[in-house]
Ligand binder design. Structure first.
Ligand code: 6GU
Length: 244
């Protein structure tokens, strides 16, 4: 899978991505991240990429031409059909695991990171296929959101994680939050690891974990249960929990 990032801060993207699991996937060639510095594509002799907004108002607007030329540069490198172009903006559709799964099927993805007060609408109209936000708060630019999306998408690409089945057993794929995990020592600051996890009884461990997932979701993210099908047994577990 190949990611292309159009940005004014390419070093931020590379420094953020070339560590840990994603860094390893880059080194092994399973995923590839290429940045394109929008400033390299301006025709303006002082390297200017922004200007005042027509109609007045605060801040500067990123101009259409350098962004369009950056996009053309990327398109030349991609064979076949036009790639999806994701514009990172708080005005976009909010990113979630479902979108991540869908985007992980693409061969190429292009991200456009905006800055300042925005980007000239005409270039967005001409190249962007998806407007995406990572949540309801405002950031200074699209670089962190692009990195968040690439991390989430890349870990779904076969071979990026060691364990092929781990992405599906985690939070959100099942519709429930993950159960609590414990490792050595058996006792930490007087707190013992739940006895059932030491029992070696696999079926009982699975049942315990499922109950913990259900209760944790109910407590922390009750909104997720609106779209989760609760079995009669699930309802009993939650009813019992509510009595305590
Ligand atoms: Cl995608 N961009 C910016 N600038 N702020 C955001 C965002 C994106 N998603 C949430 N806040």
């Amino acid at each position: 899978m190949k990611f292309y990032v159009m940005t004014l801060f390419p070093e931020m993207i590379m420094n953020g991505m070339d560590t840990s699991i994603i860094g390893r996937a880059m080194k092994s060639g399973i995923i590839n991240i290429e940045t394109a510095n929008i400033r390299d594509y301006t025709l303006e002799k002082h390297g200017k990429v922004d200007d005042y907004p027509y109609g007045g108002g605060a801040g500067m607007v990123m101009q259409a031409e350098p962004i369009y030329r950056t996009y053309e540069g990327i398109k030349k490198k991609i064979k076949g059909e036009n790639p999806r172009v994701i514009y990172l903006t708080p005005q976009g559709k909010v990113f979630n695991q479902h979108m991540s799964e869908e985007l992980s099927q693409e061969e190429n993805l292009v991200f456009l990171c905006g800055h300042y007060e925005g980007v000239d609408e005409r270039v967005l109209d001409s190249i962007v296929t998806d407007h995406v936000s990572i949540g309801d708060y405002v950031l200074t630019g699209g670089e962190l959101p692009a990195m968040v999306m690439m991390d989430s998408i890349a870990r779904l690409v076969p071979g990026v994680l060691n364990n092929e089945d781990s992405p599906v057993t985690e939070s959100f794929s099942s519709g429930l939050l993950e159960y609590p995990q414990y490792s050595r020592p058996e006792e930490f600051m007087g707190e013992k690891v739940p006895q059932i996890l030491l029992s070696g009884h696999h079926a009982k461990v699975e049942e315990w974990r499922y109950e913990k997932s259900l209760i944790r979701t109910f407590e922390r993210r009750p909104d997720l249960l609106k779209t989760y099908h609760l079995s009669e047994k699930d309802k009993k577990i939650l009813a019992k929990y509510n009595e305590i």
